[in-house]
Design a protein around this ligand. Structure first.
Ligand SMILES: Cc1ncc(COP(=O)(O)O)c(C=O)c1O
Length: 364
């Protein structure tokens, strides 16, 4: 298939804006008259330092990150943050609150248990992670070292519609799958982390925003590569950073600005997802998994209730260029990931197919 015949609904790595890919292509062999590709540059060169500094400044601007917070460009994926957070923020003998609302927040909680006590402030496992707990359901420990939650549950298709109130307990959030899709009041958070491969860049980069006052208290055995303070001191260049991914993030941020920034993205993402949920709520064949009020605009999960029909739907979709609609293996069913770079035409093509499939298999 040609690129123009395909809409990629992958949960990650995911679709990137075409304008970004075209610009990367144009700059591939000779970046800005340097005579080389960004892939070939020393991370300490002047030309690369400009890319790095500009990208960081653009990121700060895009999310209005206050100067109290450092922006780090790290590696190891969001999963490395599952251990980096407790190593740096959970003192020996301490306890941390975790809201378990899906697969990745559960993994984060389990990793933290290696380092101290974990209080599961909420756990929606019993409800198959179909909803986000309300503020009053959170069993908060006022002595917790921090409260960790995953803002958007990529696999189950739920998204926190509010920022939890935790008093003086610092908020830590995994925003891997909804970063840059809406404004965030970063000052409310002690730490935010996100793997890049959904809304930001190719896989290989993890962006961290950390309140600098929280850094510097890591356990003595913390490997240097996993010390926030070390990375702050070295401006993410303690070792070779993921240079190419950071460059692409810069191009994505340029593109984001032309789309109205995160405010523009929030409006577009609502429109995209609302169209699909509205259809699902009125369908006699398909059902949305997540409960209203908890639904993700980024990952819409749904099913027919019949595994064979689900498989037929996914296969038929792929045949017409609607790719990667199969749900994650732990959740089953279907999942349409509607990240920032998904054009509305992709949503319309999905809706057209949903309707046709429903008529064929339900006869309405
Ligand atoms: C919300 C969330 N957190 C963490 C991860 C794990 O990210 P990584 O593969 O970058 O370690 C993912 C991956 O899809 C995710 O969606």
């Amino acid at each position: 298939m040609d690129r123009d015949q395909v809409f990629n609904f992958s949960a990650g790595p995911s679709v990137l804006p075409e304008q970004v890919l075209l610009r990367a292509q144009a700059e591939m062999l000779n970046y800005n008259g340097s005579g080389m590709s960004v892939m070939e540059m020393s991370h300490r060169s002047k030309v690369y330092a400009e890319i790095f500094d500009e990208t960081k400044a653009e990121f700060r601007k895009a999310l209005s990150v206050p100067e109290t917070h450092e922006i780090l460009f790290l590696q190891g994926g969001a999963s490395t943050q599952f251990s980096m957070v407790p190593l740096n923020l959970l003192p020996a003998g301490g306890s941390a609150d975790y809201a378990v609302t899906g697969h990745f927040s559960n993994s984060a909680a389990k990793e933290a248990e290696k380092f101290g006590t974990v209080n599961r402030a909420a756990d929606t496992t019993g409800a198959k992670h179909t909803y986000i707990p309300s503020q009053s359901e959170l069993k908060l420990d006022p002595e917790a070292a921090y409260f960790h939650y995953c803002a958007n549950n990529t696999i189950y298709g739920t998204e926190w519609q509010y920022v939890p109130e935790t008093g003086s307990v610092p908020l830590v959030s995994d925003m891997s799958s909804d970063i840059l899709s809406r404004p965030v009041e970063v000052s409310k958070f002690g730490l935010i982390y996100a793997g890049a491969q959904k809304n930001m860049a190719p896989a290989g980069l993890t962006v961290v925003m950390i309140d600098k006052s929280l850094a510097g208290n890591e356990r003595p055995e913390t490997p240097l590569m996993l010390s926030y303070q070390r990375m702050i001191d070295k401006d993410s260049m303690f070792n070779t950073p993921p240079c190419w991914c950071i460059y692409i993030l810069g191009l994505v941020l340029d593109w984001l600005e032309t789309q109205g920034g995160v405010t523009g993205m929030e409006q577009i993402k609502r429109e995209r997802a609302a169209k699909v949920y509205e259809y699902l709520d009125n369908s006699k064949l398909f059902h949305a998994n997540a409960k209203p009020g908890s639904r993700s605009d980024m990952n819409v999960t749904f099913r027919t209730g019949d595994e064979n029909l689900d498989a037929a739907f996914v296969a038929g979709a792929a045949a017409r260029g609607l790719l990667n609609l199969k749900g994650h293996r732990v959740a089953g069913g279907m999942r349409a990931s509607l990240y920032n770079a998904m054009p509305m035409a992709g949503v319309d093509a999905l809706l057209k197919y949903l309707k046709e499939f429903e008529v064929e298999h339900h006869g309405t």
